[in-house]
Design a protein around this ligand. Structure first.
Ligand code: MRU
Length: 354
């Protein structure tokens, strides 16, 4: 499989190619994105998803757009559509803004955008490696303190290598733990309505031979009460200057349950996930509203092996589909960043990232 550790790459013809995440776990397929419109659609329909990867695709999307224009101003117009393709994950805006700043005096938009998109992605891959190490040190500490041989980690949504290159954010310390020979077991929240946990995280962990169990979204609290969760690690789509964390809908409830049960709750993020302009994440982070059909229909394989989508609600009942929620900083034990562990606190974040 070509993209095992990257969810996107430039193919032999120098076009952006991505893993089609809407097809997993039932089939591994890739898509070549040759135009700006195709890039925008792939982000919107979640062919690619996960905060980091959306940013990476946006960066290479600008390279794709640069082949369709003659000037920086024309590029700026096209890039607006990429920047607005999804609202919550700030990595998208971060990547677009950095790319456009770099290209402002460029005399060769195609070459320069390709070069800088590659650099940004390589930077993100290095950050992921650091997150892996710092996060795994915490895993070792928890095991030592509890004098246990196996660690049970709960995660929500998908924050592995399909979501952030190269090894993800929340899953990076777990992959590192496996490398260090630690016995690790992951509770995988299914993550309704799009089931990124059940479809993507479970698939990733299977590929890497990590012991895991899929649970219905409402199970985490019970597992914490009976002592079956040693820590929670999630990723994030945007972290405000005061340490509030926007992540996939349902994360907040897990954080509340973890707080009530004294289970450490960590959030793993690269620097591109911070939004230093937002002072109060709960009040200010924009929350994506997606189609109600994602709640009303489910996709799976029928008994003949055919992938189908089926309605699971009364046809005319209305549904509402908030993509994300915000976990207040006070519920978060720490942020696992590429610069080390940081308290989810305004002053601490400022000290580390200024
Ligand atoms: O809607 P998605 O699948 O793009 O949402 C993804 C998540 O919420 C992840 O947990 C998040 O991006 C963290 S991984 C960078």
């Amino acid at each position: 499989m070509q993209g095992k550790y990257r969810a996107l790459w430039l193919n032999d013809d120098d076009f952006l190619e991505v893993i089609d995440q809407t097809k997993l776990p039932f089939s591994y397929e890739t898509k070549v994105l040759k135009t700006t419109d195709e890039v925008v659609t792939a982000i919107k329909d979640m062919t690619v998803r996960g905060a980091g990867v959306i940013g990476s695709v946006a960066a290479f999307g600008i390279y794709t757009a640069s082949m369709e224009v003659k000037s920086y101003d024309e590029l700026k117009e096209k890039v607006k559509f990429i920047r607005e393709s999804r609202p919550t994950a700030v990595n998208l805006m971060w990547a677009v803004d950095r790319m456009m700043e770099y290209l402002k005096d460029s005399t060769n938009l195609v070459e320069d955008s390709k070069k800088y998109a590659t650099e940004l992605n390589d930077e993100e891959a290095l950050e992921s490696q650091n997150i892996a190490k710092y996060g795994c040190d915490i895993i070792e500490d928890i095991l030592k303190k509890k004098d246990k041989k196996i660690i049970n980690i709960l995660t929500h949504c998908n924050a592995g290598w399909l979501a952030v290159i190269d090894e993800g954010t929340a899953l990076a310390p777990i992959y590192e733990a496996k490398k260090r020979g630690i016995d690790v077991h992951v509770w995988v929240d299914e993550t309704r309505p799009r089931n990124q946990g059940a479809s993507l995280t479970a698939w990733e962990l299977t590929q890497s031979g990590v012991n895991h169990t899929i649970i219905a979204d409402n199970t985490g609290g019970h597992l914490m009460q009976i002592g079956e969760v040693d820590m929670v690690i999630t990723g994030a789509d945007r972290v405000s200057a005061n340490g509030d964390v926007a992540n996939k809908i349902g994360t907040y409830l897990k954080a509340l349950a973890a707080y009530d049960n004294n289970v450490p709750f960590y959030v793993a993020i690269p620097v591109s996930t911070f939004d230093f302009d937002i002072k109060d994440g709960v009040k200010e982070i924009p929350i994506e509203l997606r189609s109600e059909d994602e709640v009303k229909y489910m996709r799976g394989v029928d008994c003949d092996g055919v992938v189908r989508e089926v309605l699971i609600t009364p046809k005319d009942s209305p549904a509402i589909n908030y993509g994300f929620d915000v976990t207040p900083a006070r519920l978060i034990t720490g942020l696992i960043t590429d610069k080390g562990i940081c308290e989810a606190d305004f002053q601490e974040i400022k000290k580390k990232f200024n």
